[in-house]
Design a protein around this ligand. Sequence first.
Ligand code: ADP
Length: 327
Amino acid sequence: MTDQAPLVDTTRADASAHVIEVRDLVKRYRKGTVNAVDGVSFDVEAGQFFALLGPNGAGKSTTISILTTTLAPTSGTVSICGRDVVDDASAVRGQVGIIFQNPSLDMNLTGEENVRFHAILYHLYPYRPLYRMMPSAYRHQLKELADVLGLGPELFKPVKRLSGGMRRKLEIIRGLMHHPRVLFLDEPTSGLDTASRRSLWQYIRDLRRRHDITICLTTHQLNEAEEADQVCILDHGRVVAKGTPRDVKAQLVHERLILDAVDRDGLRRRLRELNVPFRDDGALVIELNGRTAHEIVRSIEEPLTVLRTESPSLEEAYLRILAAGDE
Ligand code: ADP
């Protein structure tokens, strides 16, 4: 559907504002003895890729359910695109797309019917009783999404006859039909094979570039969060780390230098003389802790057979943060 130009164009003003604002969010379930979410605050800017991470039970799903208006907070405030999730829930729903883990498809309808009814519910297209009678814009949009995810004739089969992976793809197609400004993805690639996973991520990247969509992801696949603009790690309902993946890694895990020499004993002696702590792990591993590799290497005269630096992964930083919390 083509919208008329709005009288007041708020897009520019919105662009600098936070698309998601979470302040001191608390949720205690009725029978809970502790807060499932315990004073969480974060902001996400327009077009950002934000990843919410944490182990099972950390409070990710609870947070996302509040952000997407399906669960009421105990206290604190959340606004999405400037609208309060409690006072203005229906406006928020129109701005968000949700791709959740638990499928909510109607098993007796075909995949296409599930998508069509969703599109009609969101007033995207007028209702027609058959697919072939739907506007060509609808058929075109559906085909584009189905191609990306590799769904073909399965679209027209009852959902109950589709595999788990295909149902997941359908959920994703449905969540993207109304061009949401903010897309919530809860473990979006679980149950997808590597090829579909890759093409889904490629599509999400394109969406962000072309439409400035804000992405809010929860995942256990830490490598999927490496590209995020901002990550927020939750544990026991609290924020334990927040920032760019680079910042989060730098706070906890330093780069290391890997060295080896034919005369490894000589190299060990040299490092001890230089007061450089190392660990013997096949080659000699030195945690840089803020020093540069050059500072260390220039004082070594032994001919080296291995010389490289290694950056930690987000997963390493994540595991250390959680281990520190358990100590
Ligand atoms: P995550 O998504 O990070 O795995 P959840 O948000 O699902 O974490 O859960 C956070 C905490 O809230 C957990 O301790 C969980 O047991 C509890 N919890 C989740 N849903 C309910 C519920 N409906 N009633 C009571 N406690 C719940």
